[in-house]
Design a protein around this ligand. Sequence first.
Ligand code: PLP
Length: 404
Amino acid sequence: MPPPEPLPSDPDVIRPKRAAPAEIVRPTRAEVSLQALRDNLRTLRRYAGPAAVWAVLKADGYGHGAPAVARTLERAGADGFCVALLEEAIELRDAGVMKPILVMGGYYASAYAELAARHLTPVIYDLRQVEAIARLVRSGAIAAPVDAHLKIDTGMARLGVTLRELDAFAARLGKFPEVKISGLMTHLACADALTSEETAEQMARFEEATILLARYGVNPKIRHAANSAALLRSQARLDFVRPGVAMFGISPPLPAGAVDTPLTSALKQVMRVRTEIVALRSIAPGSAAGYGATWHAPKESVIATIAMGYADGLSRALSNRGEVLVRGKRAPIVGTVSMDMTMVDVTAIDGASIGDEVVVLGAQDGPLGSGFLGADEIARHCDTIPWEVMCAISRRVPRFYRES
Ligand SMILES: Cc1ncc(COP(=O)(O)O)c(C=O)c1O
């Protein structure tokens, strides 16, 4: 779809807002380990070699809270950031982030003036965007030519100029000195696999695009293609890499049986989500739990109610499937996950009491042992991917940042 026509005047860009931790009384929260983030950056640098690392912090930093994550990574030496939306980039600038920010989504209409004023770098994939920027520069609304990255569609068929269109695009581009193509990028569709013909083909097309553009005098200083999977598993690292999920400690899932590259075990899951037992009851054999009575106690059982439901991001797909950690031991979710609460069978958890911590994502040490629930495990239960598990932790779950 073409980008929308520029609006008559710059729209007000809505800044995201989130619940402040001070506003909460529930024991449900997400803890974000800033040390794990810093460690992951260090690990990913080892993979990146000489390539610069630009962390992808779209969707509120994959649910971790983009401003705090960006400030931490900036101090730890990240070279730049990528977001999807202009609003997300503004949130980072408002939080004091100074490093370059690439706005990858691309549909900004006349908000290019705001983009330029905040020193954000747009991604270009359509000539109408180039024309819109040029108009704003010519009218004086933007003071100087705008640096942009040009996206090439090498096989994802999502965003980017296709190789078919590139000749005509490059010929027209020369008429707009108001836009300087400082970067060239593409996105890989199949980088998750350890070896992929598709990735090789996409990279070959990217080379082709680079050569074609050079014929028109377009020689971007930097080229980039690698998401987390490509950074960890391919040679497509080029001048800078764009890891998202791996920065948060998750290695993109591999097909069953495949063994990952060695350093991925050094990645540390950054988010831990915890709540508490808020009610406890014994029920007789045959008694049901939850909406629809989808679970019946096989024997005399102890059922704990925890203060987290699907509105918090504990997926309803975990009904009668997922597990949580109580006192350091796994306990199964029973019955249907409700909006604000979920029932857990704690019959086998000795001493389970109201007020006990319950971990739904991450690690727990307790009197009965130590356990870990990875985003990848939860994703498998829900028939989805770890990216969605993290993004689903909703805004009513306040984020707490730990230095450790
Ligand atoms: C263009 C682009 N680059 C990089 C990334 C980061 O991907 P990942 O989280 O798999 O590292 C994304 C996220 O989907 C993306 O859309």
